[in-house]
Design a protein around this ligand. Structure first.
Ligand SMILES: [Zn+2]
Length: 289
């Protein structure tokens, strides 16, 4: 039987036993966004869930309830969406950066108040928004001493596999995790009238394979394990005294970060990006004020 590793699936005694053996919590972060007609919309969340579950099974620790909404559509996302999705309904559930960061800080508070000694946040969505979560994580760690690692899955394959969006890399990942959620027979669906078009499909998606996905996924889990080993050693050497964080504590940390939609990595386009046409549905989000 596969051991339960999810906070939501553990009874209190089982939670405490896992916690005593390894006081590390994993937070899977993803969202729903188009990955072509060939793949399930939740690819980013599904893979983050998989990496966290697999890491907890192999290396210990507990997987927190998944964070299934993420920063998207704003800043550098807007010209990209304009290009790869256009004006079609993107079937996208996104949060603006200042809301996501507030939510994240309160999630970290919950982990700290439960007694966890380190946090590993695994984002299946990459491209830059992780920088905003890292800014929040750094402010939280500076104030509380609780180590928080935030990485996207391709940051755990750096130098071996480059990440992509709905291309060979990502479709391979999902083929290895949930093959029933990929249908490569739909590669040409984008060209059919009324289909929604490309829906952000990557150019090399046809080259995806479950075999390559298994190699990518294995490397990611292995490298998360290295991170966990480092965090556990540090936690054992310097156990944090229990200290309950209040809402005021979190608001003091929040006040060190930009208050509203502006001022985040995800608030503005990248310098090289083409401007979003003024009549585009994405135009209002390209530069947050
Ligand atoms: Zn993705």
């Amino acid at each position: 039987m596969i051991p339960a590793v999810r906070w939501a699936e553990l009874r209190p005694d089982d939670f405490r036993a896992r916690f005593d053996a390894c006081p590390i919590v994993y937070l899977p972060i993803g969202l729903v966004e188009p990955h072509g007609h060939v793949a399930a919309l939740g690819l980013d969340l599904i893979k983050a869930d998989h990496y966290c579950d697999e890491a907890a099974r192999r290396f210990g620790g507990i997987v927190a309830p998944s964070q299934g909404y993420h920063i998207h559509e704003c800043g550098f996302h807007a010209p990209w969406l304009s290009e790869v999705v256009g004006e079609e309904n993107p079937l996208l559930a996104a949060l603006p950066p200042h809301v996501m960061v507030s939510l994240f800080l309160y999630q970290l508070r919950a982990f700290a108040n439960t007694g966890f000694q380190a946090v590993v946040a695994v984002s299946g969505h990459s491209g830059g928004s992780q920088n905003d979560l890292r800014a929040a994580a750094a402010a939280f760690t500076a104030a509380t001493g609780l180590p928080v690692v935030v990485k996207t899955d391709p940051e755990w394959t750096a130098g071996v596999h480059s990440g992509d969006h709905a291309g060979r890399y990502e479709i391979s990942q999902l083929l290895a995790i949930r093959p029933e959620l990929v249908d490569l027979r739909l590669l040409g669906r984008r060209h059919e009238a009324g289909s929604g078009g490309r829906l952000a499909l990557g150019d090399d998606a046809a080259q995806a394979s479950a075999e390559e996905g298994r190699a990518i996924n294995e490397l990611i889990v292995t490298n998360i394990g290295r991170e966990v080993a480092t965090l556990r050693a540090a936690a054992a050497a310097r156990p944090r005294p229990p200290r309950l964080l209040s809402y005021d504590d979190i608001e003091r940390i929040r006040a060190t970060l930009p208050p509203g939609p502006a001022g985040w990595h995800s608030s503005v386009p990248a310098p090289a990006q083409a401007p979003v046409p003024p009549d585009s549905r994405w135009h209002p989000y390209a530069r947050l004020a």
